[in-house]
Design a protein around this ligand. Structure first.
Ligand code: GLN
Ligand code: ZN
Length: 761
């Protein structure tokens, strides 16, 4: 028999119980005991769900109050000075302080630890902070308590830990330049201690996650793997090392030969690892195959997975384990909760609970191939595959024909930038250092209430339109008073920059409970790309036309770009990301053209997630960058030279992708720069980036209002790097999370800074 196991389960709860409890706790409406009760209930429920689904070995240690990397920092005593509790004993307050910061008042305040993306997922972890003299000491009992808790409930468990190399890799050296790898020898004894404690609790197997083995690793990190695991080898417990999100590639030999008892690999992301791995794996080792996608919402093709598993089973027998590709943290919890999906679509989907059932079924199919339940499930899976392959809901001949007919010139503007910008300047007649904003204005509770009332049918379409028009009027009035040059309508009608468009496109579906944790108590509910995508009718034109009618200044049309639409949705698995991006590009291109026809002269196409789409391995970057920038150009190239295309990107690393940013050929790009003191522009300067740039002159993530001198100083720094005639003046990002008073105050100063610069240049 092949054992079935799960690498981790979503912790947020079917009804986001953890989110609700955390937020109540932070508001002081729930006490710590109450919060702990919710945590205990969720853990118990999640173990039971997995067990009922048929999983043999359950994960423990995947529950975290905020983030699993943060839990590890507490476990190892990696608590930055500013959060150290006076009595030396960290508690939940310490944990939340590290996650969320402490506002001034108590102990002078402390800023939260930095947060960043967990590999190529939309999950964010808290970056460990290491000092050169970092000490490690077992400082948090949660893992052992959770193990006791699970065993008391009669479960057979496998604690999950992030491995020492991945943990160090994810952290940052603070205060002085030193190599994080130098900390390894100090960290390993804590792992030893943990293994001993777990062994004493009666644990047999532990899962050690080392996903960095799917990255391009420097040689000294590869060497460190051998050193570390040779040392840990002598500790008790059987150890399964887990890799996911990609293939081991050049690390395959290393991973296979580490002195451990088992290896997990991701066959969804990197199916080509099989069967190579069989020849590289020492004969005593367990091989866990991740065949059910932990990152998406589609049912597994059981026949296909079983083909691989049967082959592996013949070679490995009981040394084969079956699993999801990665932790199920990245998929929604339970499809059974979806009461509004039609039966056909529902039959195509699987969330975490259903994925566990698939894993269990696959493992059972190996030992009991003729069991009626197995035969039924395989028949059902075949039917799902067949119905999807032929479904007119998925396959749209017109969309496919349009993509197939694309020619290279469809992704090129008619003239080069130099020609376009001359025409645009003549027509737009903007001052030097033109001022604008990124799109959204404060999403007040009045706006959210109106949207909610409209959705619930309490507000008629006409009333809702009027409510939004009144928001637009207000936004336009404020912008005119401020003296901004290029105005926006404010995006009041948009719940979210992806969902708003997804809802208006053909080919998308929406779940009611498909929440996935993004960070802490924050969850996202990505829309699902089901079929070929198209735009049945204009999506934004009426709002923008209305807004333009209110002012003699230029109104900027505002759209979300194809790459961002794709990255923030659950994509199809039966079509490449590249083709899905092209379909989205054509749909949004139609909107750009319609805006132009409606008299709009400037259109912004946001690509906030452009960089996020980068593959984990360098060798795959160029291919991605090529199709991603092409998709953007395809979106932008349906308009005349004199129509100005803007794009916006809110992240801070451009160095290694600047060539592709330039290849997007947007007339104007607005970026986040204020926090980096304009240093971000170095990449643009070094590359001699030819088009116009709006470097953000203030940070919208904070309520602080910088004065105009500060912004003018930043603009002068920008002008040292980029010729002044190509600079725009704008905030870092959209203003939807801000309140009106600070927004107006900051924009007054921003406009003053622009005027100051005009006088100087
Ligand atoms: N236009 C969007 C806004 O202003 C852009 C948001 C983003 O880049 N994340 O809100
Ligand atoms: Zn932004």
């Amino acid at each position: 028999m092949a054992l079935s196991h799960s690498l981790g389960f979503p912790r947020i709860g079917r009804d986001r119980e953890l989110k609700k409890a955390l937020e109540a706790f932070w508001k002081g409406e729930l006490d710590e005991a109450g919060l702990r009760v919710v945590g205990r209930q969720l853990r118990a429920e999640h173990w039971q769900l997995q067990k009922d689904a048929g999983i043999d070995l359950l994960p423990v240690g995947d529950f975290a109050w905020y983030d699993q990397v943060l839990t590890h920092s507490l476990t190892f005593g990696v608590i930055p000075e500013r959060f150290r509790p006076h009595d030396g004993k960290p508690g939940l307050q310490t944990l939340f302080a590290m996650a969320r910061g402490v506002s001034k008042g108590c102990c002078g305040g402390a800023h939260a630890q930095e947060m960043t993306k967990w590999f190529d997922t939309n999950y964010h972890y808290l970056v460990p902070e290491f000092t050169a003299d970092q000490q490690f000491a077992l400082s948090w009992e949660q893992l052992f308590e959770d193990v006791d808790e699970a065993r008391a409930l009669g479960h057979s468990v496998k604690p999950v830990l992030i491995g020492p190399l991945t943990y160090l890799w994810l952290g940052k050296a603070k205060g002085g330049d030193f190599d994080r790898l130098d900390l390894l020898e100090r960290l390993l004894p804590v792992y030893g201690e943990i293994f001993q404690r777990l062994a004493a609790q009666g644990v047999e197997w532990v899962q050690i996650d080392e996903p960095i083995l799917v990255l391009d690793l420097p040689q000294d990190w590869k060497n460190a793997f051998e050193r570390a695991y040779n040392l840990l080898q002598k500790e008790p417990l059987k150890k399964l090392i887990a890799t996911y999100f990609g293939g081991l590639e050049d690390n395959l030999g290393l991973a296979a030969s580490l002195p451990l008892d088992g290896l997990h690999i991701d066959l969804v992301r990197a199916p080509e690892q099989f069967p190579t791995i069989l020849d590289r794996l020492p004969a005593y080792k367990v091989l866990s195959l991740g065949v059910v996608n932990g990152r998406n919402v589609w049912r597994c093709d059981l026949e296909k997975a079983l083909d691989v598993l049967r082959h592996a089973h013949e070679r490995l027998g009981e040394r084969l384990w079956v699993a999801p590709s990665c932790s199920l943290l990245h998929s929604p919890v339970d499809l059974a909760r979806e009461d509004k999906l039609d039966a056909e679509l529902k039959s195509w989907l699987a969330f975490a609970v259903q994925k566990c059932e698939e894993v269990a079924l696959l493992s059972r199919a190996l030992s009991e191939p003729e069991a009626p339940a197995v035969l039924d499930a395989l028949a059902a899976s075949r039917e799902v595959q067949a119905s999807r392959a032929a479904s007119p809901r998925i396959h749209k001949a017109e969309v496919q024909a349009r993509v197939a007919a694309l020619k290279p010139e469809d992704s090129e503007r008619s003239s080069p930038f130099a020609v376009r910008i001359a025409r645009q300047r003549e027509r737009l007649y903007l001052p030097a250092f033109p001022t604008t904003t990124i799109g959204s204005f404060p999403q007040t509770s009045a706006i959210r209430l109106a949207r909610q009332a409209f959705r619930q049918g309490k507000l008629s379409a006409a009333e809702y339109t009027e409510a939004m028009h009144s928001e637009i009027r207000h936004a336009v009035e404020v912008q005119e008073q401020l003296g901004l040059d290029v105005l926006v309508h404010g995006e009041a009608e948009r719940n979210d920059m992806v969902e708003y468009f997804a809802e208006q496109l053909n080919g998308y579906a929406f779940t009611r409970f498909g929440w996935v944790q993004s960070y802490g108590s924050r969850c996202v509910k990505p829309a699902v790309i089901v079929g070929d995508l198209s735009r049945p009718q204009a999506m934004t034109v009426e709002w923008i036309r209305y807004a333009q009618g209110l002012t003699a200044k230029w109104m900027k049309g505002m759209l979300t770009g194809p790459v961002t639409m794709l990255m923030w949705s659950f994509p199809r698995e039966d079509l490449s990301r590249e083709v899905q991006a092209r379909q989205l590009a054509l749909a949004i291109r139609d909107e750009v053209v319609d805006l132009e026809e409606a008299g709009i002269r400037i259109v912004q196409i946001d690509e906030a997630a452009f960089r996020e789409g980068l593959p984990l391995r360098r060798a795959e970057w160029q291919h991605y960058l090529d199709w991603a920038s092409e998709a953007f150009r395809l979106t932008a190239s349906g308009v005349r030279d004199e129509t100005q295309i803007h794009t916006h990107m809110c992240y801070s690393e451009f160095n290694d992708v600047i060539e592709s940013i330039a290849a997007m050929d947007a007339d104007v790009i607005t970026i986040e720069t204020s926090r980096s003191d304009m240093e971000l522009l170095d990449a643009f300067e070094a590359f001699a980036y030819p088009n116009e740039i709006g470097p953000g002159v203030y940070d919208i993530h904070s309520p602080r209002v910088p004065d105009s001198a500060e912004m003018a100083a930043l603009l002068r720094k920008a002008a040292e790097r980029i010729p002044a005639e190509r600079l725009w003046v704008n905030p870092d990002c959209g203003l939807k999370t801000r309140a009106w008073p600070e927004t107006e105050a900051a924009l007054v100063n921003m406009v003053a800074a622009a005027r100051q610069l005009r006088a100087e240049f």
